[in-house]
Every structure is written in structure tokens, then in C-alpha cells.
Design a protein around this ligand. Sequence first.
Ligand code: UDP
Length: 326
Amino acid sequence: MSHCLVTGGAGFIGSHLTEQLLQNGHRVTVLDDLSTGRAENLSSVAHRPDLKVVHGSITDQMLLADVICGVDVVYHLAAAVGVKLVADDPVRTIETNIYPTEWLLRLAAQSGCRFFLASTSEVYGKNPNECWNEEEDLHFGPTSRPRWAYGCSKAIDEFLALAYHSKYRLPVVIGRFFNVVGPRQVGNYGMVIPRFVEQALAGGPLVVYDDGQQVRCFAHVSEVVDAVIGLTENDAAVGGIFNIGSDQDVTIERLAREIIAKVDPTIRMDFLSYQQAYGQDFEDVRRRVPDVSRLESVLGRKPNRTLGEILDDIIAWKREQIAHKS
Ligand code: UDP
């Protein structure tokens, strides 16, 4: 049994991770400022004596020193996330995503914790390759385009984590998440599947950006959380960077069609330019497919739930939510 600190533990991925850690018999402290996370994400485990939820910010250095006391493993997920939020508030992105990571790494190195750093496929930028492995170059756009602030901030976090590993022997594991989806994800920050599902359940139309030919791979949060814990607890993963996601690719137009077919085939699909959707300075990534062979070789498995199964789960969750509210 370990004592785990999950920063961002009331968020979409963080809350699923917290539940799984508790289920595996660990004690968990969650630190979350509830800016994008929500207290009700933890409602199924809120009563547990082995869970402590601290409402506060990772930008509060004193609080970080306090919550890390007695902790064996840090899962650092708290960050400014979502393409829309990041484009809207680049200062907050940089302040939230860089300084607190360094403070946490320093505290973890002092107390000998194991450290999982949540990173992102955004670090690859607009790399033109078909499929991205962890040793690829990073292809960011110009600093005048706010989108790249997120990927750059996370790339700096990775450099910091690797530096603490080589200089202080801090056992770090870095996971780059690729379009993680599932129940509890909200569409406010740009995430496509919750937005499409909400649009479909409201009778449409589904609003596809650009020509809909951009490609993504969607992984179910339960399989992502399983990979995060599996890697963090595995000595062979220490010091490594891992793509974590599905390698089944789909265009956004096909994704919209699948959701329409599942909810109501009469629903319309509309197309909207990036400029209208995100503003003038926006640049999208056309194709994002991970090479997950490194993950598979260390863990012996990779996320493999089909898009159809994933969509069924999310649609059922969203329907339940709507029924609960009315
Ligand atoms: N997208 C869309 N309609 C929406 C939201 C997103 O067509 O309402 C597109 C978006 O332009 C991108 C893809 O769906 O190409 C995935 O967007 P998301 O924000 O979920 O994640 P990203 O992969 O861009 O980080």
C-alpha cells in the first residue's frame, strides 16, 4: 500500500485515476483547485477514509510542501488543459504548467517519491509524420500562435522531469496522453467527443471544424489510467517517456457520422472554419496518431477498446446525466 498524491485529482482523468488507486488499496490525497475539475467527479469515493481531498492550487508553494508530506508516489496531472482554454489564456497556461511542476519535482526529490508526469501529444506539435514515436522531433508553430503555448509548456515540464531524474535520481515516468475520452469529460474546453455527443442528444447539428479530414485516435480513460498506474509501478519505465493512447485512427467527419448513426440518423452535420471556431490565430494539427510500441513492450498491453464501444459508454453516461438533471 502506498500513499499517492494526485494533483488535478478532481479532473476528468484525475478522478478516474484516484478511484482506481483507491480500488487497488492505496491511500490517496487529491489536490485540486476545482478550476476545470469538479467535486462531484469524486462523489463515488468521497466517503472513503483513505481519501483526502485538499481544495487548493498547485501555484501555492506552501500548500505543495504540506500535501507532499508522507507521500510515496506523486501523480502530477494538474494543468491548464484544453485547446480552447489554452488559446484563451496563455499566461495562465504558462504559470500553471511550468513553475508548479518544478516545485513539485524538487519536493519529490527531497522526500524520495516516485513521480508520474502527465504530458501530452501536443508536445509533437504539427509533426508531419504518419505516426509519432517518443524519439521524434517536436514541431511547434510560431510563438505568435497561442496554441503552441500548451505543448511548449509541457515539453519544458518533460525537460525538468528528466533533469531531476539524471541529476537527483528521482524516479520519474512521463506519459504523453493522446485524446483521452470517457465519462465525466466536458466539452467546455474544446474536447470534440463530449461536444458532439451533447450536440447529438440535443437534436444537432454536429459542428465539425474545417473539412473534418483531420485525424485523431481516441482512448478510453479506464485504459489510460490502467497504463498510468502500470507504468508508474514498473521499474523498467523509470526515466522513460511513453505515448499513452489508442492507435486506431479516425477522421473527425467519420467520428461525427458514427455518433449521428448511434443517436439519431436524421441529425445534420455543419462545417465551421477554424477562424470562426477558435479565432484568427488558431492552427490545428491535421493528423495525430501515436506509436504505442514502447508502452506495449513495457506493459504487455495497450489501449484497445474500439471507438464504437467508447462512444456507447459516453452516450450512455451523458443520457444518464441528462435524465438525472430533469
Ligand atoms: N473539433 C470539431 N468540433 C468541435 C471540437 C473539435 O470539429 O466542436 C475538432 C478539432 O478541430 C480537432 C479535433 O476535433 O481537429 C479534436 O479536437 P479536440 O479539441 O478534442 O482535441 P485536440 O486533438 O485538438 O487537442
